[in-house]
Design a protein around this ligand. Structure first.
Ligand code: COA
Length: 322
């Protein structure tokens, strides 16, 4: 089944915060952050919300795809930090782009696996033949829910959006994909939802900021990525040697480098944009894809593996030829 990456684009809010800037907010320093994560700076949205970033990335992706918004049959937005619960970011994007009114538009929350979960969804929709062109966006304003008094988390994340236009015409093919979830009784990566506003309900008060057990998440990420790559090899007979690029969710350069080393691959095969953007959750993979194209490293016929992993716990992998 055709699965063509017709166009892509990314957008970052203009305010940049270096590690030195973060050291003015919490007790930290550039050396600690960079050596533990590979991050030097990140962007925070000081004036825009999630849908604003999504709209900008979508416009660039549509231009790159040489399509108009009216050509779209679905708009999917992967995010765990929507501008509001409803209207969805997808509906706001559809309005802003003046998309048709007979399309599918909704948000999906797979946390940092959201873009890969979205690819799986888009692939299923495209394979029905009913949908021809789908806009899939990963967009986050994580700074809204970050705890800027917790140096263990606030230094890791950033805001941004990436978008791709996927079509069931063209030379591209989906080659293999698999999505997973893992039981997480301790909720080792947590972000708040809507505060309870009903005096009749006596829910236990939830923390209103992101909380993370960094060591547990690091271990989970390594195991998740290894499992996905091993099952890819078992089920397709291909190995990472057969692929041109591997785009891991940009959570931590140490995770990426560890996986490259474990599977005896060059660092170059593992796309890395984390240094300047931090962890942008569902946006990180499409931002990395766009960087690959911008750097003229993405060519027809190449094979790419994308792996997302994150809160839920969720993880998943998607392999395609472009
Ligand atoms: N600056 C300076 N020191 C810091 C710090 C910061 N920003 N954050 C924590 N520290 C301190 C800790 O307080 C601790 O000090 P202590 O030993 O005196 O208590 C010390 O540094 C080591 O902390 P630790 O948490 O053990 O560091 P680490 O080497 O495990 O690295 C992470 C922490 C968060 C970078 C690492 O666990 C990680 O990357 N986890 C995965 C996170 C992730 O990818 N999440 C998203 C998944 S989608």
């Amino acid at each position: 089944m055709s699965f063509t990456l017709k166009g892509m684009g990314s957008y970052l809010p203009s305010a940049t915060f270096t590690n030195d800037d973060m050291a003015k907010i919490v007790d930290t320093n550039h050396e600690w952050i960079h050596s533990r994560s590979g991050i030097s700076s990140r962007h925070f949205a000081t004036e825009e919300n999630t849908h604003d970033l999504a709209i900008q990335a979508a416009k660039i992706a549509l231009t790159d795809a040489n399509l108009n918004a009216v050509d779209l049959d679905a708009i999917l937005v992967a995010t765990f930090t929507p501008s509001e619960i409803t209207p969805s970011v997808a509906c706001r994007v559809a309005d802003a782009l003046e998309a048709r009114d007979d399309i599918l538009a909704y948000d999906l929350n797979g946390a940092c696996s959201g873009f890969v979960y979205g690819l799986e969804t888009a692939n299923a929709l495209l394979s029905t033949g009913k949908y021809k062109h789908i806009l899939l966006i990963g967009a986050e304003v994580i700074s809204k829910v970050l705890d800027f008094s917790d140096r263990r988390t606030c230094i890791l994340f950033g805001d941004g959006a990436g978008a791709v236009v996927l079509s069931n015409t063209g030379e591209g093919r989906s080659l293999w994909s698999k999505t997973y979830r893992k039981f997480d009784a301790k909720c080792s990566l947590f972000a708040p939802g809507v505060p309870v506003n009903n005096p009749l309900v006596s829910h236990e008060a939830q923390p209103q900021k992101v909380q993370m057990d960094g060591t547990a998440i690091f271990q989970f990420a390594i195991e998740a990525i290894q499992r996905a790559i091993k099952e890819f090899t078992q089920e397709t007979g291909m190995t990472l040697d057969d692929l041109d690029h591997v785009v891991l969710h940009q959570a931590n350069q140490r995770i990426t480098s560890y996986i490259a080393k474990t599977f005896k691959q060059t660092d170059e095969k593992f796309v890395s944009v984390i240094e300047d953007i931090g962890n942008t959750s569902a946006a990180s993979i499409p931002i990395a894809l766009t960087a690959l194209k911008r750097d003229n490293r993405l060519h027809p016929g190449q094979k790419i593996m994308m792996i997302g992993f994150g809160a839920g716990l969720t993880y998943g992998a998607f392999v395609l030829s472009v």
